[in-house]
Design a protein around this ligand. Structure first.
Ligand code: SF4
Ligand code: ZN
Length: 312
């Protein structure tokens, strides 16, 4: 099939709008929408703005770093830095970490690594084995990663932390909140336009780009990334929603965009009805939290009790 905009052979059929795109026009199509998201999500103006990019070495975060560099590097008042969270998952993270370092070096962006082991005392593998199947691994991992992302971007003095969340991930997260009836969590979803004390606002430059387009963009533009999956992913709740959302999309192309547009449309009412709660500091680690202990410290306390029982 030919590209709808030139005589080249197409590499991608855009089912939700009926066009076909060659590599060059796919690149332009992706970049145009990411630029628009960046303009809407980052309040930059002329003040100095630092953006910390969380990069796992996978396709989504690698494309995010590449695109933010391409879109923002000519603006003198913007500084980009990158970091990788090392969960301590044998055979998974090390390949991603070297891809993340290598891409950051190539782009001339400072990169650092922060690990669960150094920060919390345990690797994810140790946590999974201590937990012994009581909870799914991602229930421990998600809050820990969010907390470290906030810590790094806070000490890198980031005004924003950018994440490689694509349209598929974002639509799934919205549906997960709907299914749980968790309106408050929905109201706190990124992109964050306002900063809250101690919490660095998260931005999602790829949230309107379907996963397939991110993958093709990476391949067409020769962006190196690591394609491995976390060994614990099979247990993630998200899997169910991944298949529900993709079934809906197959039956009715454009559904993922419709789900995101739904949230965007009710966003202001959500902000008014569910303003962010006042945050104090965790009495153990100092992280921002509405309770005495943050989610991570109370989870770790529980795990320590289990470990003591196991050894006793
Ligand atoms: Fe952590 Fe789950 Fe992601 Fe694996 S799939 S890195 S356990 S959140
Ligand atoms: Zn804490």
């Amino acid at each position: 099939m030919k590209c709808s905009f030139c005589h080249e052979r197409s590499v991608y059929e855009v089912k939700y709008n009926g066009s076909a795109l060659c590599g060059k026009h796919l690149t332009q199509y992706v970049e145009r929408r990411v630029k628009q998201e960046v303009r809407q999500q980052l309040n930059v103006g002329s003040r100095k703005t630092r953006v910390s990019v969380a990069i796992s070495g996978g396709k989504d975060s690698s494309v995010t770093l590449h695109l933010l560099h391409k879109i923002l590097s000519e603006r003198r008042n913007i500084e980009l830095s990158a970091f990788t969270v090392d969960e301590g998952i044998e055979g998974y993270r090390s390949a991603g970490l070297s891809a993340a370092r290598s891409l950051s070096n190539k782009l001339g962006i400072p990169h650092e690594t922060i690990s669960y082991k150094e920060s919390f005392g345990y690797t994810m593998d140790e946590i999974v084995s201590a937990d012994g199947g009581r909870t799914i691994p991602c229930a421990h991992c998600g809050p820990m990663r969010r907390q470290l992302m906030n810590r790094v971007s806070d000490y890198q003095k980031g005004d924003y932390v950018a994440l490689g969340i694509n349209l598929d991930d974002y639509a799934q997260s919205i549906m997960m909140n709907v299914a749980k009836g968790d309106v408050k969590r929905m109201a706190r979803m990124a992109p964050h336009t306002k900063s809250q004390d101690g919490l660095v606002p998260r931005v999602l430059p790829l949230r309107k780009i379907p996963e397939k387009e991110v993958m093709l963009y990476a391949v067409v533009n020769g962006i190196e990334f690591e394609g491995g999956w976390c060994p614990y992913y099979a247990q993630a709740n998200r899997n169910k929603f991944r298949s529900i959302v993709s079934d809906l999309e197959n039956e009715n192309p454009g559904t993922k965009f419709a789900i995101v547009n739904f949230l965007d449309t009710i966003r202001n009412s959500l902000d008014t009805s569910f303003p962010p709660s006042e945050l104090g500091k965790c009495k153990k680690c100092g992280s921002p939290t509405a309770s005495e202990l943050c989610v991570v410290c109370s989870d770790l306390e529980e795990l320590q009790k289990i470990m003591e029982n196991n050894s006793g």
